[in-house]
Design a binder for this molecule. Sequence first.
Ligand SMILES: C[S@@+](CC[C@H](N)C(=O)[O-])C[C@H]1O[C@@H](n2cnc3c(N)ncnc32)[C@H](O)[C@@H]1O
Length: 233
Amino acid sequence: MDRYEIADQYTIAPAQTPPPDRSAYHDVLHSDFQGHYADGRDVWTAERAMRETPLLLMRALGGTESAHVLDIGTGHGRDAAILLDHGHRVTGIDIVTSPEWPVLTAGRPDRARFLTSSVLELEGSAEYDAALDNGCLHHQHPDDYPAYLRRIRALLRPGGLYTVSVFQSADERGRLFVNGASRLYQEFTTGELTDLVTGHGFEPVTSHLVPRTTPGRNYLVGTFRATEPGQAP
Ligand SMILES: C[S@@+](CC[C@H](N)C(=O)[O-])C[C@H]1O[C@@H](n2cnc3c(N)ncnc32)[C@H](O)[C@@H]1O
């Protein structure tokens, strides 16, 4: 496939291979996201289809009234606000600090907190009932996927839920794209996402397609359950 517009005015092109230097890629991620937020180019913040993901997580949580949810790559905290409004506790983390975080914690410091951190460096174990990953996994360096998913698995209590939204591939195989600043965009088929996540201590729960405004483009939202320790794989 040729270059395409991932959102209004944003064109990405196929990438032949991921960049060889993973630590240099961490700097790319930080500077490109920081630049998008600073210049108001964070088109995802106002995208309606993005706000379906926390609703799908809450549906999977069923009657759980006050779950502690880790919002990975929280951005300006739009999903955190939805979860807080529904009575859940939220820890939002992001590699880029948002000026909107203090507004969300005001008046409810016991239920909301935000940290500037990569999930790869977030310490803790079995602390969260659920993790929300709305658009973060698919921008990571593919060599980091195992460490990234293992860290999320460790942060969740056994039985905890992981809801992740990625770019859906309409073809048989998801392809890797790159933007002008070298930030990666990985598409996934349902099978690819399921194989990847279940290979790191999770079992599948549900899978949904969320249509985007561009015809034929969808988010693929998978919910997975952290398996008990010692359970395969
Ligand atoms: C596409 S944006 C989505 C933001 C937010 N979830 C939303 O729905 O508006 C992806 C976010 O993930 C953050 N991010 C990227 N890699 C990360 C990492 N390894 N750990 C934590 N946050 C990360 C970016 O800074 C960015 O805010």
